[in-house]
Design a protein around this ligand. Structure first.
Ligand code: BJW
Length: 255
């Protein structure tokens, strides 16, 4: 990792920063990414069996249970230093916008208040017939959640392949990307559209691109700065370099 004085100046002088996060940011909290060859969820499960509307139509119980298992796995999981560093950035930069593809809610737990969740949130469910979203629910005898309004199946309130992203969230994300001076792409493979188009939208309007990832991605060649390594180490180091916030104060601003 190399945080250059030029990069620090770029962040200090920027009025608007847009950060896009992916599963890599939650990896250091112990959550699995999707596409890691050994440990990623898609190395063990097929997305077409579990993360498409057709999969839910075919076998709602299988899909419902998979998400229930992932919710269970989230119990007791804490935000990590990378999440906390992003919360400090939001506090210290009025023009900071956080956009996430993650459905785990760990940015909110770290203290970020305004988060654009592009792919929904796994802790919510919604009625398949459009009667609302819910944070608690009852299940039928088959173990699948039922809508309290109409009795139809509930499904996780996440975005599956082939589904559009929530309109307002995507509009806000694209507008933040188009109007930022600096775009941070953190812990995402950058291959899932349309989220993957955001850094390019920023770059086309003249923003500098900073990428943080363990590995190079399709974006890396277009990035102005590539910081290779763990986001839970690089983000706190950036916050220290730019704002002078150090150590325990990154996790708890009262210290
Ligand atoms: C670290 C690290 C550490 C590890 N520190 N780094 C154009 C071309 C081709 C296909 C398409 C296209 N446009 C649309 C498509 C189809 C599709 C798509 O993009 N497919 C591609 C895979 C080819 N897109 C869609 O279907 C989207 N919908 C859509 O486009 O709708 C159009 C439409 C319009 C109108 C009507 C109808 C339709 C929807 C996409 C939904 C994605 N959903 C998922 C599941 C969410 C629910 C759940 O959790 O189950 O979202 S899939 C999964 O991928 C999840 C993630 O949010 C998303 C992105 O993954 P992410 O975060 O990048 O994770 P990984 O694992 O890929 O990468 C982790 C990275 O972290 C790696 O780079 C590591 O190196 C790094 N890392 N540890 C730093 N410690």
């Amino acid at each position: 990792m190399q945080i250059s004085p030029e990069m620090i100046d770029c962040l200090r002088s920027s009025r608007r920063i847009c950060a896009l996060t992916g599963a890599g940011v939650s990896q250091e909290s112990g959550l699995r990414t999707f596409r890691d060859a050994q440990t990623g969820l898609w190395s063990q499960y097929k997305p077409e069996d579990l993360a498409t509307p057709e999969a839910f139509q075919r076998d709602p119980k299988l899909v419902w249970d998979w998400y229930a298992w992932r919710r269970e796995a989230l119990k007791g999981v804490r935000s990590n230093a990378g999440h906390f560093a992003l919360a400090r950035m939001a506090e210290n930069l009025p023009g900071f916008v956080l956009v996430t593809q993650n459905v785990d809610g760990l940015h909110r737990l770290a203290g970020n208040q305004q988060i654009i969740e592009l792919h929904g949130n796994i802790q919510r469910v919604r009625c398949i017939d459009g009667h609302g979203t819910f944070e608690s629910w009852i299940t039928g005898e088959d173990g699948i959640g039922r809508c309290p309004e109409c009795g139809a199946f509930l499904r996780p309130d996440v975005v599956w392949f082939g589904e559009p992203l929530p309109r307002l969230e995507f509009e806000n994300a694209i507008s933040a990307a188009r109007s930022c001076d600096v775009f941070l792409s953190i812990g995402t493979s950058g291959i899932v559209q349309p989220a993957a188009s955001l850094p390019y939208a920023a770059r086309n309007r003249g923003a500098k691109i900073i990428e943080i990832n363990l590995e190079p991605t399709p974006l890396t060649n277009k990035a102005d700065y590539f910081l290779q390594g763990r986001s839970g180490e690089i983000l706190p180091a950036l916050v220290e370099a730019v704002f002078g916030i150090t150590g325990a104060a990154i996790e708890d601003p009262r210290r």
